[in-house]
Design a protein around this ligand. Structure first.
Ligand SMILES: [Ca+2]
Ligand SMILES: [Ca+2]
Ligand SMILES: [Ca+2]
Ligand SMILES: [Ca+2]
Length: 220
């Protein structure tokens, strides 16, 4: 092994030590899906392992070009019930989840109203986080967390006490969730072990050295 190859291997080892195995993240932006009403259990063409539902069993839509969204965005109708989004993963547990939310409409909210993200493993609730809406009717806030293992989630707009809007008042009669850019870890991502990385780097470096020799280029 010449000095250059040794340096490459040492660099690879340092990289692996500084970056422990980390699952890749995927983001569903729904730009490849046709807009319009969606059936319960809808999956984006970008990712088959996540099925989307509403709590009330109707009202899921993909709307394009609304000011409260980002291109094609998920919408959970409507304004007069306590409906909210549910997501169910069929590809095993995940540990990270985030999404953007909009339609935090100042005319249909009170100060302190929240977006609430709850995660479940089977039937057990295993985590929850919330973000207080900035109430500008623009999709400019993100809610997310590194949870323990979970395989389903709900995202709901709620009042300041965390209760879903269920109707009956002049405000908070119900608020349509607009959601986009759902991001999560891909559990099946195969991250090479450090030893594999080192062998790959050595393999690439070796190929380079061979090609340089064949071309008669001197190694320095
Ligand atoms: Ca989008
Ligand atoms: Ca709602
Ligand atoms: Ca609005
Ligand atoms: Ca906002």
């Amino acid at each position: 092994m010449n000095l250059r190859l040794f340096a490459a291997a040492a660099t690879a080892a340092a990289f692996v030590m500084a970056n422990p195995a980390q699952a890749a993240l995927v983001t569903l932006d729904f730009e490849s899906d046709p807009s319009g009403a969606l059936a319960e259990g809808f999956s984006s063409t970008d990712y088959a392992g996540l099925a989307l539902y509403t709590d009330l069993g109707a009202g899921l839509e993909l709307l394009n070009g609304i000011a409260e969204g980002d291109g094609n965005s998920l919408v959970v109708q409507n304004d007069t019930n306590g409906n909210f989004l549910k997501g169910v993963f069929s590809d095993g547990p995940h540990t990270f989840l985030s999404m953007d939310f909009g339609n935090d409409d100042p005319f249909f909210t009170n100060p302190g109203d929240r977006a609430v993200l709850t995660v479940f493993l089977g039937a057990a609730m295993v985590g929850q986080t919330f973000v207080i809406m900035n109430r500008n009717d623009v999709m400019d806030q993100t809610i997310g967390f590194n949870f323990g293992s979970f395989d389903s989630f709900t995202l709901a707009f709620t009042d300041g006490a965390g209760s879903v809007f269920t109707g009956g008042g002049a405000v908070n009669v119900g608020l349509i969730e607009v959601i986009d850019n759902i991001t999560f870890d891909v559990p099946d991502t195969v991250v090479p072990e450090p030893a594999t990385w080192a062998m790959m780097i050595l393999g690439f470096a070796g190929t380079g050295a061979l090609m340089r020799r064949r071309r008669g280029i001197a190694l320095t």
